[in-house]
Design a protein around this ligand. Structure first.
Ligand code: CAA
Length: 285
C-alpha cells in the first residue's frame, strides 16, 4: 500500500529546512517544523514569510493561498510534536554526530512504519541510518537551493532501504512538483559530486588571481549559460556548507578536485560565509 505522507516533519529550519517546509506547504502538505530554540523558529518562519511574500508581490501567489500555505506549517521546539508525522525530513547542520543522535531520538518518537529522510548533501545515509533502529526505512531526500525553485531531488537508497520506501518517496517528490533521481549512497551523490569540483576549481582560479571574481562569474554565465557564476553560487550555498561538502567528498574520493581550496577556510574563519552573513565573494545589503 502506498504511503500518503499527510503530515510531514521538517527538523532544522535553516535555508534548506525552511525552503523544504515551503515546498511541502505549497503542495498542500501539513508540516510540523522543528527547531532547537525560539530564535531558530523565528528565523525559519521569517524565511518562509519572506519567500512567499515575494511570490505574492510578484503576482505569482494569491494572498489567500499564501495565508492557507502559512497555516499549514506548525512550528515547535519539541521533537515529540512529530509523533503523528508520516515522514520526517531532517535538515540540521552537516554533522554525523548530530544527525546520528537525532535519528536515534526520532526512532523513539515516530511510529515504526514512518520513513525518516535526510537532506544531507554529502554525509553517508548508511551511517546515519544505522542509528535509527529502522535502517530499512531511511532514505536520503536531497533538495537544492533555493528549494522552492530547483526541481531536482536526489533520492538516496542504501543497501538496506526497503524498495517500497524508495518508490513511495519518489512518488511523493513528484507530488511536490520535483524531478526525482534515484541513486546509491556515495559522497556528493550525482549533482554535488559533479558541481563542487567545478566550484572548487573556480575558487582556486580566484585565489591565484588568475581572474577577477566578476570575470570568472561572467565567463560561466555568458559563455556556458549557467544562471549564476561559480563564486555567486558559492555565496548562495554558503561557504561553510560548501567547505563541509568538499571536505567530506575529498575524505571519501581522495580526488584532488575536491580538496578544499585554502582561501575557503580563511574566508569562513573571517566570517565571510556568503549571503547569509552579508559578505562572501561579494557583499550583500
Ligand atoms: N526562495 C524562493 N524563491 C526564490 C528564491 C528563494 N530563495 N530565489 C529566487 N526565487 C524565485 C524567484 O521568486 C523567481 O520566481 P518567479 O520566476 O516565479 O518569479 C525565480 O526564483 C527567479 O528568481 P529571480 O528572478 O529573483 O532571480 P534569477 O532569475 O537570477 O534566479 C536563482 C535566481 C533561482 C537562484 C538562479 O540564479 C539559479 O537557479 N541559480 C543556480 C542555483 C543553483 O545552482 N543551485 C544549486 C546549488 S547546489 C545545492 O543546493 C546542493 C547542496 O547540497 C548545497
Amino acid at each position: 500500500m502506498t504511503r500518503e505522507f499527510t503530515v510531514v516533519g521538517v527538523v532544522g529550519l535553516g535555508t534548506m529546512g525552511a525552503g523544504i517546509a515551503e515546498v511541502l506547504a505549497r503542495s498542500g502538505v501539513r508540516v510540523v517544523a522543528v527547531e532547537v530554540d525560539p530564535a531558530g523558529i523565528e528565523r525559519g518562519r521569517g524565511h518562509v514569510e519572506y519567500s512567499t511574500g515575494r511570490a505574492v508581490a510578484k503576482g505569482k501567489l494569491a494572498e489567500d493561498a499564501r495565508a492557507r500555505l502559512l497555516d499549514l506549517i506548525t512550528y515547535s521546539t519539541a521533537l515529540t510534536d512529530l509523533a503523528d508525522a508520516d515522514l520526517v525530513i531532517e535538515a540540521i547542520p552537516e554533522s554525523l554526530d548530530l544527525k546520528a543522535g537525532l535519528f536515534a531520538e526520532l526512532d523513539r518518537i515516530v511510529r515504526p512504519e514512518v520513513v525518516l529522510a535526510s537532506n544531507t548533501s554529502s554525509l553517508s545515509i548508511t551511517q546515519i541510518s544505522v542509528h535509527a533502529g529502522r535502517p530499512g526505512k531511511v532514505v536520503g531526500l536531497h533538495f537544492f537551493n533555493p528549494a522552492p525553485v530547483q526541481r531536482l531531488t536526489e533520492v538516496v537508497r542504501t543497501v538496506v532501504t526497503e524498495p517500497d520506501v524508495v518508490t513511495d518517496v519518489v512518488d511523493f517528490a513528484r507530488r511536490l512538483g520535483k524531478e526525482p533521481v534515484v541513486i546509491g549512497d556515495r559522497a556528493g551523490f550525482i549533482a554535488n559530486a559533479l558541481l563542487f569540483g567545478y566550484l572548487n576549481h573556480a575558487v582556486a582560479m580566484y585565489e591565484s588571481r588568475y581572474a577577477t571574481r566578476e570575470d570568472l562569474d561572467a565567463a560561466m554565465r555568458f559563455g556556458c549559460g549557467y544562471p549564476m557564476g561559480p563564486l555567486a553560487l558559492l555565496d548562495l550555498i554558503g561557504l561553510d556548507t560548501a567547505f563541509e561538502i568538499l571536505e567530506t567528498m575529498y575524505a571519501q574520493s581522495r580526488n584532488r578536485l575536491h580538496a578544499p581550496t585554502p582561501i575557503l577556510k580563511q574566508m569562513i574563519t573571517a566570517g565571510l560565509l556568503g549571503r547569509k552573513s552579508g559578505r562572501g565573494f561579494y557583499t550583500y545589503e
